[in-house]
Write a protein that binds this ligand. Structure first.
Ligand SMILES: [Zn+2]
Ligand SMILES: [Zn+2]
Length: 62
């Protein structure tokens, strides 16, 4: 499968990208806890923007 964030590819399935830590199936909304598809830009439940996960990844890289 392929990571939506960094395009890392692995023949095995993973829940979180081994390279950048991005979730491969769902993004959890930090405001309401709703699980959204990784391709979603806004929470389908409360409408909050979802790029917060990218910020977390960048912090981990540093
Ligand atoms: Zn990745
Ligand atoms: Zn939400």
């Amino acid at each position: 499968m392929k990571c939506y964030n960094c395009s890392y590819e692995d023949s095995r399935d993973f829940n979180f990208c081994p390279q950048c830590g991005y979730p491969s199936r769902y993004i959890k909304c930090e405001r309401c806890g709703n699980l959204n598809k990784v391709t979603a830009k806004f929470c389908s439940n409360c409408g909050v923007p979802l790029p917060t996960i990218i910020k977390i990844v960048r912090e981990n890289e540093a």
